[in-house]
Design a protein around this ligand. Sequence first.
Ligand SMILES: *[C@@H]1O[C@H](CO)[C@@H](O)[C@H](O)[C@H]1NC(C)=O
Length: 248
Amino acid sequence: MVLSLFFGGIITAIPVVTGVAEGVSHQNKQNAEAAELAKRMIKFHLDVFCDAKPSVRDKVHGMTVVLKNDGLYLAPKDDAGNPLPTANDNGKATHPFMGFYIDYPDPELHPDTRGLVSTISLDPPMLNWIYMDKETQELKYGNRTQSREHIVGPWDWTSDEPGSGLTLDEWEGFVAVEEVNEKGKLTGEWTMYYDHYDNGLKGKVEGRRTLECRLERRICADEMQLEQNQVNVKTRGNIGVVDQSVRK
Ligand SMILES: *[C@@H]1O[C@H](CO)[C@@H](O)[C@H](O)[C@H]1NC(C)=O
């Protein structure tokens, strides 16, 4: 089976298969690189850990991240870790965050930046970039055109596996913020922001409740993992196509 995953304007090729060895150390280096790449491409969900007082944190702690309305929202989850629909979904399906790391394909604007992608739908399978909106500091998802002017990485994870935490620019500065609608009324939902300037989101979320959170990586079930034999990324105009060969 071949899954085609659609990106906005991907321009690099990422071969995971090691080439012909030119020497032992070269081969070892390639093996290490292939192992590193395979590790980065393990898919994970994001669960919220908040260590504020129980009475304060109950709207965010233990939630999981879902994608909707261009943003990263929090939803309660069932025993299997799948997100339950929230009251404000209005019948619209939310898609659980299911992401992995891949270099951001824009060497001019973002040299060697480790990007983060998530599926935004499984049928058809589609991927989007996760980024921080540089105006609002919200975490969002979008194609390359939408994301490239914003903070698209470097994304990473802390070394305390399992349950390692997502990082952006080498720290876990994530903040859950209570959402308001256009009329300034609370919707009861929470979305994720990133405290890029370490100033408590000054000037961005005045009058709204905020809670610092850790976003813990929860590795997706085996059947959700693609076998990452090769990922070929081509460009078709401004629309990139990722072919992930799945051997199952
Ligand atoms: C990127 O997404 C926007 C908004 O959905 C859309 O208008 C635009 O056509 C997309 N660009 C590409 C290259 O797919």
